[in-house]
Design a protein around this ligand. Structure first.
Ligand SMILES: Nc1nc2c(ncn2[C@@H]2O[C@H](COP(=O)(O)OP(=O)(O)OP(=O)(O)O)[C@@H](O)[C@H]2O)c(=O)[nH]1
Length: 415
């Protein structure tokens, strides 16, 4: 940017300089032409009597004196018949440059013709209004050109210096002016990377860049507020989602996992059992005489019994076992890995015994027991609904066998 500004400045200055130099040269040439014309006119007036009286030596002296003004290369006085009356030629000049006077010179006071490096002046010589001859002056413009060239040279040096100083000044000014914008851009990059919208730009002044920094900070503040609100909302929704998921998978009375959870857990553990060739046991547990509890002691007592049964069974189980309330007075228990069927049967007996322990609630002994149906994966079934159905059938077989006992699926044995 500094370089571009400098280039524009340099081109402008050089163009201005070229215009001024050209104008100066033209004005100087015009001034020299007018001056030469005026001097030649005076000389012509002086020469008029000498021409009339054919005083050649006087005229020669006059021409020599005239040539001392500088720049004069050749002067010639001619009679009316164009014959030379007097002539002066600069010592350095070898060629004769003078041209004939223009034909209409009689009617004009003087004629000036400009060349590249010289000028010619023709002046009519009159005496008492009568044309008696002409004066021709050939003058060099080199001195003028040298003067103008010197002036151009000095001006060029000054312009060069001016461009140099302007360049340094521009660089300094732009560095100062751009510093806050560079800082702002770095901050924007930093924020984009870190996503930390609590950062703020430093405000250096009340100019455009200062106002830009202020707007940037205001925007950051708004983004920060929106981000905080969004995070809080997301957090609330996440908690609500977690709670909802928990509720969706939990039995509200006993706080055990519910049937929905049981179904997915059963599928998961069946898959695990089949893939890893481990024995998995499923128990279908149904309370005995639970209706009696409700009928005798009320629904609340029934609820309390369900909670107590859940607590008793949980105390018997290990951490990896999955006990769920399937609904009513039915429970499902998954034993993910059992060493053999006997171990599961032993556990069924312990569960039945734990439930049958005397249960006194509200001063009343609750007549409660449990019947268990047992099924194994992959021995009995490898599909969730069929395994559950097999356990259910086994449980009904146990009920029929007199309750408070267990049956193993597809087996007639009981304990
Ligand atoms: N208190 C209470 N009772 C429930 C709940 N859900 C189901 N019940 C009752 O539980 C009883 C279960 O009925 P059954 O299993 O047929 O009755 P039971 O007396 O256990 O019969 P057996 O299993 O043959 O011993 C019904 O009376 C239901 O109304 C509940 O959440 N709370």
């Amino acid at each position: 940017m500094t370089r571009l500004n400098l280039q524009v400045l340099a081109v402008t200055m050089l163009l201005t300089f070229a215009l001024i130099a050209t104008a100066s040269l033209l004005v100087a040439r015009e001034y020299q032409a007018q001056s030469a014309k005026h001097d030649a006119q005076l000389l012509a007036n002086n020469l008029a009597p000498m021409l009339v009286f054919e005083d050649v030596s006087a005229a020669q002296l006059e021409l020599t004196a005239f040539a001392r003004r500088g720049g004069v290369l050749e002067v010639q006085v001619s009679r009316l018949d164009h014959s030379t009356f007097a002539h002066w030629l600069d010592v350095g000049q070898t060629d004769h440059h003078l041209e004939r006077a223009p034909a209409d010179l009689a009617g004009t006071s003087a004629v000036v013709e400009m060349h590249l490096s010289s000028l010619d002046v023709w002046v009519p010589i009159h005496l008492k209004g009568e044309l008696i001859g002409s004066l021709t002056v050939h003058e060099s413009l080199k001195s003028l050109q040298h003067t103008v060239l010197r002036m151009v040279g000095v001006a060029a040096v000054f312009i060069g210096l001016a461009i140099l100083i302007a360049g340094r000044l521009l660089r300094w000014v732009q560095k100062r002016a751009l510093a806050p914008i560079v800082e702002l851009s770095r901050l924007a990059e930093n924020i984009a990377t870190s996503q930390d919208f609590s950062q703020r730009a430093q405000i250096h002044g009340a100019d455009e860049v200062g106002r830009l920094s202020e707007r940037f900070n205001q925007m950051l503040k708004r983004v920060e507020i929106s981000q905080t609100e969004l995070n809080q909302r997301l957090q609330r929704e996440q908690i609500a989602g977690q709670q909802f998921e928990q509720l969706a998978h939990q039995d509200s009375l006993t706080k055990l996992p519910n049937r929905l959870y049981f179904q997915s857990a059963l599928q998961r553990h069946i898959a695990h059992s089949c893939q890893n060739a481990v024995l998995m046991a499923l128990m279908f547990i149904d309370l005995d005489s639970f209706k009696l509890v409700n009928d005798r002691h009320g629904h609340d007592a029934g609820d309390a019994v369900l909670c107590e049964v859940a607590a008793r069974m949980s105390r018997v189980l290990r951490s990896g076992d999955v006990l769920c309330r399937l609904g009513g007075d039915e429970f499902g228990l998954i034993l993910p890995v059992v060493p053999d069927e006997a171990a599961a049967e032993q556990l069924a007996l312990r569960l039945i015994a734990a439930i049958r322990e005397p249960m006194v609630l509200g001063g009343h002994l609750m007549p409660i027991g449990a019947t268990v149906g047992l099924a194994f994966c992959p021995t009995d079934e490898v599909e969730a609904s069929q395994l559950l159905s097999a356990a259910d059938v086994a449980m009904y077989a146990a009920k029929r066998a007199g309750k408070n006992t267990f049956r193993r699926a597809n087996h007639a044995a009981s304990s």
